[in-house]
Write a protein that binds this ligand. Sequence first.
Ligand code: AMP
Ligand code: MG
Length: 417
Amino acid sequence: MAQLSDDCFAFGGALLGIDAARDMIFERVVPVAGIEQVPLRRALGRTLGQDITAPIAVPGYDNSAVDGYAVRFDDLDSVRETVLRCVDRAAAGHGATMALGPGEAIRIFTGAMLPDGADVVIMQEDCLRDHDLVTIRPGIKRGANLRRAGEDIARDSIALTAGRRLGPADLGLLAALGFVKVPVRRRLSVALLSTGDEVREPGELLRPGQVHDANRYVLAGMLERLDVDVADLGIVHDDPASLGDVLRRAAEKNDLIVTSGGVSTGEEDHVRAAIANHGSLYFWRLAIKPGRPVAMGQIGATPLAGLPGNPVAALLTFALVARPMIEALSGTEPHIARRFRVMSAFDYRKKAGRREFVRVSLDRPDAGLAVATRFAKEGAGMLTSLTETDGLVELPEELTKLQSGTEVDFVPYSELM
Ligand code: AMP
Ligand code: MG
């Protein structure tokens, strides 16, 4: 289970900047997930638990990068054609049986070991073969078309570092190094619940004033993409006692609790009160829009991210706050969302001192930067504002006025979830 010191997230006062919030998470939340060995085929998406030192070099031997002829560079005439005698054959998996002597060539195929004495390979397209004679065009560079032992990965070098989330290419690299099992961090268990007397499961008939639970599906999807085990605790009523019970039980069995709804300052916003009563609450009013109210705290020693109820705000604050907490708990290298420069096609006014995220669609003109058009409808509850756009324009704290035609930073959704 998580180990948080009690002053974790302690913060009073004004709006907290998103960078400061992030720094605080990585300072205070420590990895809790132990290390286990899993078969290579089960390691996709897992967090590497230890640095991987290469037990062998890749490639393991000098070999040919092309189909052609292995020769001695010093035999080649630099201005005229050279004629050499082909004396042997080396295919991948089958070396030549003899070393290369002066005036000789050895027919070689991609991946075959370079014969002793050879120091360059001529592509077959640059040769003419007539019985056992090979005529080679001039102008070949020394060392051409070779792959040297260890040029990809040197033996005893660090091939992958601890904390990396393993992707398909990483698995290929581990396989090339001969690993059968990989040391990875144990998967985190994250409890997920929605709050709100009006919130109902999809499939239930809605009475007036009720809504289907969209957030749990957004957040479960984001959690699953981060390769954690989701303990789905369903929907909890706006009732301090039952909320407290659920949170306490969740804290005993999980590494992190993620909730949505009930963190604003309304009388029916009970998540904050429940955390304060059953753990420690450090209320963050993040200096962002959408998503300002985000409750941070811990129940027992288990951290909790209390996200806002509006789906757009829940998604964004998950990416900005809950994801770093997961990375910190699982010892995963923090993901830095990539930004791309685009051209704004809209004017915008904002307050100084907070970072704002504007939902936009991108169009790519024939030349120049992609153009970002703002979604026509406002509101942090608008699901179509996510499904019908490509990502977010990120407007920095100090900006107050944006004019159409200005370069801005764009974050695609693929970088957030
Ligand atoms: P709250 O943060 O609890 O004040 O909720 C803010 C808004 O988000 C309200 O309109 C809620 O009905 C809505 N909301 C809260 N939870 C969910 C949910 N799980 N799915 C969809 N909408 C929600
Ligand atoms: Mg609510």
